[in-house]
Design a protein around this ligand. Structure first.
Ligand code: MEV
Length: 427
Protein backbone atom coordinates (compact mmCIF):
# COMPACT_ATOMS: atom_id res chain seq x y z
CA UNK A 1 0.00 0.00 0.00
CA UNK A 2 1.12 3.55 -0.67
CA UNK A 3 0.31 5.41 2.54
CA UNK A 4 -1.67 4.97 5.72
CA UNK A 5 -2.52 8.70 5.56
CA UNK A 6 -5.97 9.03 4.03
CA UNK A 7 -7.13 12.62 4.61
CA UNK A 8 -10.87 13.01 4.98
CA UNK A 9 -11.45 9.28 5.62
CA UNK A 10 -13.45 10.18 8.72
CA UNK A 11 -16.02 12.10 6.69
CA UNK A 12 -16.68 9.39 4.10
CA UNK A 13 -19.60 6.96 4.18
CA UNK A 14 -18.82 3.34 5.09
CA UNK A 15 -19.16 2.34 1.40
CA UNK A 16 -16.84 5.15 0.27
CA UNK A 17 -14.29 4.21 2.95
CA UNK A 18 -14.27 0.67 1.59
CA UNK A 19 -13.74 1.96 -1.92
CA UNK A 20 -10.76 3.98 -0.73
CA UNK A 21 -9.33 0.93 1.02
CA UNK A 22 -9.83 -1.18 -2.09
CA UNK A 23 -7.90 1.45 -4.05
CA UNK A 24 -5.11 1.75 -1.45
CA UNK A 25 -4.63 -1.86 -0.36
CA UNK A 26 -4.46 -5.42 -1.62
CA UNK A 27 -8.06 -6.01 -0.50
CA UNK A 28 -10.83 -5.89 -3.12
CA UNK A 29 -14.30 -4.48 -2.37
CA UNK A 30 -15.53 -8.11 -2.38
CA UNK A 31 -12.94 -9.10 0.21
CA UNK A 32 -13.83 -6.07 2.29
CA UNK A 33 -17.35 -7.53 2.49
CA UNK A 34 -15.88 -9.92 5.08
CA UNK A 35 -16.27 -6.95 7.44
CA UNK A 36 -20.04 -6.90 6.94
CA UNK A 37 -22.13 -7.46 10.04
CA UNK A 38 -22.75 -11.00 8.79
CA UNK A 39 -18.99 -11.48 8.14
CA UNK A 40 -19.02 -14.54 10.37
CA UNK A 41 -21.90 -16.82 9.44
CA UNK A 42 -23.90 -18.76 12.03
CA UNK A 43 -22.58 -21.97 10.46
CA UNK A 44 -18.97 -20.84 10.84
CA UNK A 45 -19.62 -19.70 14.41
CA UNK A 46 -21.23 -23.05 15.21
CA UNK A 47 -17.97 -24.78 14.29
CA UNK A 48 -15.91 -22.48 16.53
CA UNK A 49 -17.45 -22.90 19.99
CA UNK A 50 -20.19 -24.87 21.73
CA UNK A 51 -23.91 -24.14 22.14
CA UNK A 52 -23.89 -21.38 19.53
CA UNK A 53 -27.03 -19.30 19.33
CA UNK A 54 -25.71 -16.34 17.34
CA UNK A 55 -22.85 -14.00 16.52
CA UNK A 56 -21.80 -11.02 18.63
CA UNK A 57 -21.01 -7.87 16.68
CA UNK A 58 -18.45 -5.18 17.46
CA UNK A 59 -17.68 -2.08 15.41
CA UNK A 60 -14.56 -2.48 13.28
CA UNK A 61 -12.67 0.73 12.50
CA UNK A 62 -9.41 1.47 10.76
CA UNK A 63 -6.68 3.48 12.47
CA UNK A 64 -4.77 5.67 10.02
CA UNK A 65 -1.32 7.28 9.87
CA UNK A 66 0.67 4.38 11.32
CA UNK A 67 4.27 4.12 10.17
CA UNK A 68 5.93 1.11 11.79
CA UNK A 69 9.61 0.54 11.06
CA UNK A 70 9.26 2.66 7.94
CA UNK A 71 6.26 0.68 6.68
CA UNK A 72 2.83 2.27 6.28
CA UNK A 73 0.11 0.17 7.83
CA UNK A 74 -3.65 0.54 8.11
CA UNK A 75 -4.74 -0.93 11.42
CA UNK A 76 -8.09 -2.69 11.89
CA UNK A 77 -9.49 -2.22 15.40
CA UNK A 78 -12.52 -4.03 16.86
CA UNK A 79 -13.72 -2.06 19.86
CA UNK A 80 -16.94 -0.74 21.34
CA UNK A 81 -15.45 2.37 23.00
CA UNK A 82 -15.69 5.71 21.19
CA UNK A 83 -12.51 7.75 20.65
CA UNK A 84 -10.14 4.76 20.69
CA UNK A 85 -9.70 4.63 16.89
CA UNK A 86 -9.58 8.42 16.57
CA UNK A 87 -7.06 8.68 19.44
CA UNK A 88 -4.73 6.07 17.98
CA UNK A 89 -4.92 7.64 14.50
CA UNK A 90 -4.17 11.12 15.77
CA UNK A 91 -1.21 10.06 17.91
CA UNK A 92 0.14 7.97 15.01
CA UNK A 93 0.09 11.18 12.98
CA UNK A 94 2.16 12.99 15.62
CA UNK A 95 4.57 10.03 15.83
CA UNK A 96 4.83 9.98 12.05
CA UNK A 97 6.27 13.49 12.15
CA UNK A 98 9.09 12.00 14.26
CA UNK A 99 9.72 9.08 11.88
CA UNK A 100 6.98 6.77 13.11
CA UNK A 101 7.31 3.81 15.45
CA UNK A 102 10.64 2.00 15.82
CA UNK A 103 9.98 -1.55 16.86
CA UNK A 104 11.63 -4.81 17.79
CA UNK A 105 9.71 -7.97 16.93
CA UNK A 106 9.54 -10.61 19.61
CA UNK A 107 11.18 -14.00 19.18
CA UNK A 108 8.22 -16.36 18.60
CA UNK A 109 9.12 -18.25 21.74
CA UNK A 110 6.64 -19.50 24.32
CA UNK A 111 7.06 -21.20 27.68
CA UNK A 112 5.33 -24.46 28.52
CA UNK A 113 5.18 -25.41 32.19
CA UNK A 114 5.27 -28.85 33.81
CA UNK A 115 4.64 -29.09 37.55
CA UNK A 116 6.70 -31.96 38.95
CA UNK A 117 5.37 -33.35 42.24
CA UNK A 118 6.04 -36.33 44.54
CA UNK A 119 9.82 -36.03 44.28
CA UNK A 120 11.80 -36.63 47.48
CA UNK A 121 15.12 -35.20 46.38
CA UNK A 122 14.48 -32.15 44.19
CA UNK A 123 18.15 -31.67 43.31
CA UNK A 124 18.66 -35.29 42.28
CA UNK A 125 15.52 -35.17 40.11
CA UNK A 126 16.63 -31.92 38.47
CA UNK A 127 20.12 -33.37 37.81
CA UNK A 128 18.65 -36.54 36.28
CA UNK A 129 16.44 -34.52 33.91
CA UNK A 130 19.15 -32.04 32.94
CA UNK A 131 21.59 -34.90 32.20
CA UNK A 132 19.13 -36.02 29.51
CA UNK A 133 18.26 -32.54 28.28
CA UNK A 134 19.70 -32.81 24.76
CA UNK A 135 17.99 -36.12 24.14
CA UNK A 136 14.67 -34.81 25.50
CA UNK A 137 14.87 -31.75 23.26
CA UNK A 138 15.69 -33.92 20.24
CA UNK A 139 12.69 -36.15 20.98
CA UNK A 140 10.41 -33.15 21.47
CA UNK A 141 11.54 -31.75 18.10
CA UNK A 142 9.89 -34.74 16.40
CA UNK A 143 6.44 -34.14 17.93
CA UNK A 144 5.39 -31.51 15.39
CA UNK A 145 6.90 -32.19 11.95
CA UNK A 146 5.22 -29.14 10.39
CA UNK A 147 6.72 -26.80 12.98
CA UNK A 148 10.08 -28.53 12.57
CA UNK A 149 10.01 -27.99 8.82
CA UNK A 150 9.28 -24.29 9.40
CA UNK A 151 12.27 -23.97 11.72
CA UNK A 152 10.38 -24.00 15.02
CA UNK A 153 10.38 -26.45 17.91
CA UNK A 154 12.01 -26.85 21.33
CA UNK A 155 14.83 -24.47 22.20
CA UNK A 156 15.62 -25.25 25.82
CA UNK A 157 14.49 -27.02 28.96
CA UNK A 158 14.89 -25.14 32.23
CA UNK A 159 14.16 -26.19 35.78
CA UNK A 160 12.95 -23.89 38.55
CA UNK A 161 12.56 -24.69 42.24
CA UNK A 162 9.45 -23.39 43.96
CA UNK A 163 10.69 -23.26 47.54
CA UNK A 164 7.47 -22.25 49.22
CA UNK A 165 3.91 -23.13 48.26
CA UNK A 166 0.75 -24.33 50.05
CA UNK A 167 1.81 -27.92 49.23
CA UNK A 168 5.51 -27.44 50.01
CA UNK A 169 8.49 -27.25 47.65
CA UNK A 170 8.39 -28.69 44.13
CA UNK A 171 10.04 -28.41 40.74
CA UNK A 172 8.72 -26.63 37.64
CA UNK A 173 10.07 -27.41 34.21
CA UNK A 174 9.96 -24.78 31.50
CA UNK A 175 9.95 -26.01 27.95
CA UNK A 176 11.11 -23.11 25.79
CA UNK A 177 9.42 -23.59 22.45
CA UNK A 178 9.64 -21.70 19.17
CA UNK A 179 6.12 -21.60 17.71
CA UNK A 180 6.97 -19.56 14.58
CA UNK A 181 3.84 -17.83 13.22
CA UNK A 182 1.34 -19.49 15.56
CA UNK A 183 0.08 -18.13 18.86
CA UNK A 184 1.37 -21.49 19.94
CA UNK A 185 -0.93 -22.65 22.74
CA UNK A 186 -1.83 -25.92 21.02
CA UNK A 187 1.73 -26.71 19.94
CA UNK A 188 3.23 -26.11 23.36
CA UNK A 189 0.47 -27.84 25.32
CA UNK A 190 0.82 -30.90 23.09
CA UNK A 191 4.60 -30.91 23.53
CA UNK A 192 4.31 -30.68 27.32
CA UNK A 193 1.78 -33.51 27.46
CA UNK A 194 3.96 -35.72 25.28
CA UNK A 195 7.13 -34.97 27.25
CA UNK A 196 5.58 -35.56 30.69
CA UNK A 197 5.95 -39.39 30.84
CA UNK A 198 9.68 -39.08 30.03
CA UNK A 199 10.09 -36.54 32.84
CA UNK A 200 8.25 -38.83 35.25
CA UNK A 201 10.45 -41.80 34.28
CA UNK A 202 13.65 -39.78 34.75
CA UNK A 203 12.66 -38.16 38.05
CA UNK A 204 10.50 -40.82 39.69
CA UNK A 205 7.93 -38.05 40.29
CA UNK A 206 4.52 -37.16 38.93
CA UNK A 207 3.96 -34.44 36.33
CA UNK A 208 0.78 -32.71 37.37
CA UNK A 209 -0.04 -29.62 35.23
CA UNK A 210 1.18 -29.40 31.63
CA UNK A 211 0.23 -26.05 30.16
CA UNK A 212 1.70 -22.93 28.57
CA UNK A 213 2.45 -19.84 30.63
CA UNK A 214 0.69 -16.65 29.59
CA UNK A 215 3.55 -14.70 31.11
CA UNK A 216 5.20 -14.98 27.70
CA UNK A 217 8.26 -12.98 28.72
CA UNK A 218 10.37 -14.55 25.95
CA UNK A 219 7.97 -13.05 23.43
CA UNK A 220 8.22 -9.39 24.32
CA UNK A 221 7.51 -6.80 21.60
CA UNK A 222 8.97 -3.30 21.87
CA UNK A 223 8.01 -0.01 20.28
CA UNK A 224 9.43 3.48 20.63
CA UNK A 225 8.40 6.82 19.16
CA UNK A 226 9.59 10.40 19.19
CA UNK A 227 7.03 13.18 19.05
CA UNK A 228 8.70 16.37 17.86
CA UNK A 229 8.15 19.20 20.33
CA UNK A 230 6.71 21.24 17.45
CA UNK A 231 3.77 18.79 17.14
CA UNK A 232 2.64 19.01 20.73
CA UNK A 233 1.11 22.46 21.21
CA UNK A 234 -2.66 22.74 20.85
CA UNK A 235 -5.38 25.15 21.93
CA UNK A 236 -4.06 27.13 24.87
CA UNK A 237 -1.46 24.48 25.77
CA UNK A 238 2.19 25.07 24.91
CA UNK A 239 4.31 22.22 23.55
CA UNK A 240 6.40 22.14 26.75
CA UNK A 241 3.26 22.03 28.88
CA UNK A 242 1.91 19.05 26.94
CA UNK A 243 5.26 17.21 26.94
CA UNK A 244 5.89 17.75 30.65
CA UNK A 245 2.25 16.98 31.44
CA UNK A 246 2.54 13.60 29.71
CA UNK A 247 5.76 12.82 31.60
CA UNK A 248 4.15 13.79 34.92
CA UNK A 249 1.14 11.61 34.12
CA UNK A 250 3.43 8.67 33.34
CA UNK A 251 5.34 9.24 36.63
CA UNK A 252 2.05 8.82 38.49
CA UNK A 253 1.53 5.39 36.87
CA UNK A 254 5.16 4.42 37.40
CA UNK A 255 4.81 5.03 41.14
CA UNK A 256 1.23 4.03 41.97
CA UNK A 257 -0.50 0.71 41.16
CA UNK A 258 -3.97 2.29 41.37
CA UNK A 259 -3.03 4.64 38.55
CA UNK A 260 -0.92 2.03 36.73
CA UNK A 261 -3.98 -0.23 36.34
CA UNK A 262 -5.88 2.54 34.53
CA UNK A 263 -2.84 3.67 32.56
CA UNK A 264 -2.26 0.10 31.34
CA UNK A 265 -5.98 -0.30 30.62
CA UNK A 266 -5.61 2.61 28.22
CA UNK A 267 -2.73 0.80 26.51
CA UNK A 268 -4.85 -2.35 26.26
CA UNK A 269 -7.66 -0.33 24.62
CA UNK A 270 -5.41 -0.24 21.56
CA UNK A 271 -3.72 -3.60 21.98
CA UNK A 272 -6.92 -5.62 22.47
CA UNK A 273 -8.74 -3.93 19.59
CA UNK A 274 -6.14 -5.19 17.09
CA UNK A 275 -5.80 -8.56 18.81
CA UNK A 276 -9.57 -9.06 18.53
CA UNK A 277 -9.77 -7.77 14.94
CA UNK A 278 -7.17 -10.35 13.90
CA UNK A 279 -8.95 -13.26 15.63
CA UNK A 280 -6.34 -13.65 18.36
CA UNK A 281 -6.73 -14.53 22.04
CA UNK A 282 -7.04 -11.19 23.82
CA UNK A 283 -7.33 -12.77 27.27
CA UNK A 284 -3.88 -14.29 26.77
CA UNK A 285 -2.40 -10.93 25.80
CA UNK A 286 -4.18 -9.20 28.72
CA UNK A 287 -2.95 -11.79 31.23
CA UNK A 288 0.59 -11.59 29.87
CA UNK A 289 0.61 -7.80 29.86
CA UNK A 290 -0.55 -7.36 33.43
CA UNK A 291 1.71 -10.13 34.78
CA UNK A 292 4.62 -8.48 32.94
CA UNK A 293 3.69 -5.13 34.52
CA UNK A 294 4.14 -6.77 37.94
CA UNK A 295 7.37 -8.61 37.14
CA UNK A 296 9.44 -6.54 39.59
CA UNK A 297 7.11 -7.61 42.40
CA UNK A 298 5.24 -4.30 42.21
CA UNK A 299 2.60 -3.57 39.57
CA UNK A 300 3.67 -0.59 37.47
CA UNK A 301 3.33 1.17 34.10
CA UNK A 302 4.03 -0.87 30.98
CA UNK A 303 5.20 2.26 29.14
CA UNK A 304 7.80 4.94 29.77
CA UNK A 305 7.76 8.61 28.74
CA UNK A 306 10.64 11.10 28.81
CA UNK A 307 12.37 13.68 26.64
CA UNK A 308 15.43 13.52 24.41
CA UNK A 309 18.30 16.04 24.19
CA UNK A 310 16.36 18.26 21.81
CA UNK A 311 13.41 18.34 24.17
CA UNK A 312 11.18 16.06 22.07
CA UNK A 313 8.79 13.68 23.78
CA UNK A 314 9.97 10.06 23.66
CA UNK A 315 7.78 7.07 24.52
CA UNK A 316 8.53 3.38 24.88
CA UNK A 317 6.34 0.36 25.43
CA UNK A 318 7.19 -3.28 25.89
CA UNK A 319 4.95 -6.19 26.70
CA UNK A 320 4.54 -9.86 25.78
CA UNK A 321 2.47 -10.21 22.62
CA UNK A 322 1.53 -13.84 22.03
CA UNK A 323 -0.35 -13.63 18.74
CA UNK A 324 -0.35 -15.71 15.59
CA UNK A 325 -1.35 -15.47 11.97
CA UNK A 326 -1.86 -19.19 11.37
CA UNK A 327 -4.25 -21.54 13.12
CA UNK A 328 -7.30 -20.92 15.26
CA UNK A 329 -9.68 -18.09 14.52
CA UNK A 330 -6.99 -16.22 12.58
CA UNK A 331 -7.59 -18.74 9.80
CA UNK A 332 -11.28 -19.61 10.06
CA UNK A 333 -12.78 -16.19 10.81
CA UNK A 334 -13.26 -14.39 7.46
CA UNK A 335 -13.03 -10.90 9.01
CA UNK A 336 -9.81 -11.84 10.86
CA UNK A 337 -8.28 -13.04 7.60
CA UNK A 338 -9.31 -9.85 5.84
CA UNK A 339 -7.89 -7.80 8.74
CA UNK A 340 -4.48 -9.47 8.39
CA UNK A 341 -4.53 -8.88 4.65
CA UNK A 342 -5.51 -5.24 5.15
CA UNK A 343 -2.38 -4.79 7.27
CA UNK A 344 -0.17 -6.62 4.79
CA UNK A 345 1.15 -8.74 7.65
CA UNK A 346 3.59 -11.46 6.64
CA UNK A 347 4.50 -13.02 9.97
CA UNK A 348 3.45 -13.06 13.63
CA UNK A 349 6.38 -10.82 14.61
CA UNK A 350 5.19 -8.05 12.29
CA UNK A 351 1.71 -8.27 13.78
CA UNK A 352 3.14 -7.95 17.30
CA UNK A 353 5.16 -4.90 16.20
CA UNK A 354 2.00 -3.18 14.97
CA UNK A 355 0.05 -4.13 18.10
CA UNK A 356 2.64 -2.77 20.53
CA UNK A 357 2.85 0.46 18.49
CA UNK A 358 -0.93 0.89 18.65
CA UNK A 359 -0.72 0.36 22.43
CA UNK A 360 1.87 3.13 22.68
CA UNK A 361 -0.18 5.50 20.51
CA UNK A 362 -3.29 4.79 22.58
CA UNK A 363 -1.40 5.45 25.78
CA UNK A 364 -0.25 8.83 24.46
CA UNK A 365 -3.77 9.74 23.37
CA UNK A 366 -5.03 9.15 26.91
CA UNK A 367 -2.12 10.88 28.68
CA UNK A 368 -2.19 13.90 26.38
CA UNK A 369 -5.91 14.38 27.00
CA UNK A 370 -5.67 13.74 30.73
CA UNK A 371 -2.71 16.11 31.08
CA UNK A 372 -4.48 18.95 29.27
CA UNK A 373 -8.21 19.39 28.69
CA UNK A 374 -9.25 16.21 30.55
CA UNK A 375 -10.63 13.06 29.03
CA UNK A 376 -14.31 13.97 28.97
CA UNK A 377 -14.26 16.73 26.36
CA UNK A 378 -13.05 14.60 23.46
CA UNK A 379 -14.72 11.53 24.79
CA UNK A 380 -18.07 13.24 25.16
CA UNK A 381 -18.09 14.37 21.54
CA UNK A 382 -18.01 10.76 20.43
CA UNK A 383 -20.08 9.43 23.31
CA UNK A 384 -22.76 11.96 22.35
CA UNK A 385 -23.40 10.07 19.11
CA UNK A 386 -24.17 6.90 21.04
CA UNK A 387 -26.47 8.83 23.36
CA UNK A 388 -28.20 10.36 20.33
CA UNK A 389 -28.73 6.96 18.70
CA UNK A 390 -29.99 5.46 21.98
CA UNK A 391 -32.48 8.32 22.27
CA UNK A 392 -33.88 7.46 18.84
CA UNK A 393 -32.04 9.83 16.48
CA UNK A 394 -31.70 8.57 12.92
CA UNK A 395 -29.66 9.52 9.84
CA UNK A 396 -28.44 13.10 9.82
CA UNK A 397 -30.22 13.76 13.13
CA UNK A 398 -27.46 11.77 14.89
CA UNK A 399 -24.61 14.21 14.20
CA UNK A 400 -26.85 17.25 14.70
CA UNK A 401 -28.17 16.04 18.03
CA UNK A 402 -24.72 14.96 19.21
CA UNK A 403 -23.31 18.40 18.37
CA UNK A 404 -26.10 20.12 20.28
CA UNK A 405 -25.65 17.91 23.35
CA UNK A 406 -21.93 18.70 23.39
CA UNK A 407 -22.40 22.43 22.91
CA UNK A 408 -24.90 22.46 25.80
CA UNK A 409 -22.46 20.45 27.92
CA UNK A 410 -25.33 18.00 28.58
CA UNK A 411 -24.51 14.65 26.98
CA UNK A 412 -27.40 12.85 28.68
CA UNK A 413 -30.20 10.62 27.44
CA UNK A 414 -32.95 12.71 29.10
CA UNK A 415 -31.78 15.87 27.31
CA UNK A 416 -31.35 13.98 24.02
CA UNK A 417 -34.92 12.71 24.17
CA UNK A 418 -36.18 16.19 25.06
CA UNK A 419 -34.44 17.78 22.06
CA UNK A 420 -35.74 15.07 19.72
CA UNK A 421 -39.28 15.72 20.98
CA UNK A 422 -38.82 19.47 20.38
CA UNK A 423 -37.66 18.78 16.82
CA UNK A 424 -40.62 16.48 16.17
CA UNK A 425 -42.96 19.08 17.63
CA UNK A 426 -41.51 21.83 15.42
CA UNK A 427 -41.73 19.58 12.37
C1 MEV B 1 -10.34 4.78 29.17
O1 MEV B 1 -10.85 3.68 28.45
C2 MEV B 1 -8.82 4.73 29.25
C3 MEV B 1 -8.16 5.80 30.13
O2 MEV B 1 -8.72 5.75 31.44
C4 MEV B 1 -6.68 5.50 30.16
C5 MEV B 1 -5.90 6.34 31.14
O3 MEV B 1 -6.46 6.83 32.15
O4 MEV B 1 -4.67 6.49 30.91
C6 MEV B 1 -8.43 7.18 29.61
Amino acid sequence: MSSSRIPGFYNLSVAARRERLAAETRLSVEELAAFDAQGLSIEQADHMIENVIGVHGLPLGVALNFLVNGRDVLVPMAVEEPSVVAGASFMAKLARAGGGFRTVAPEPVMIGQMQLLDVDDLQAAADAILAEKERLLAETAEIDPVLKRLGGGPRDLEIRRIEQSPIGPFLVLHLIYDVRDAMGANAINTACERLAPRIEALSGGRVHLRILSNLADRRVARSECTIPLSELAFQEFSAEQVRDGVIEAWAFAAADPYRAATHNKGIMNGVDAVVIATGNDWRAVEAGGHAYAARSGRYTSLSEWGKDREGNLVGRLELPIAVGIVGGATKVHPAARAALKLMGIENAGQLAEVIVSVGLAQNLAALRALATEGIQRGHMGLHARQVAIAAGAEGEQIERLAAQLVSEGAVRSDRAEEILKEWQHNG
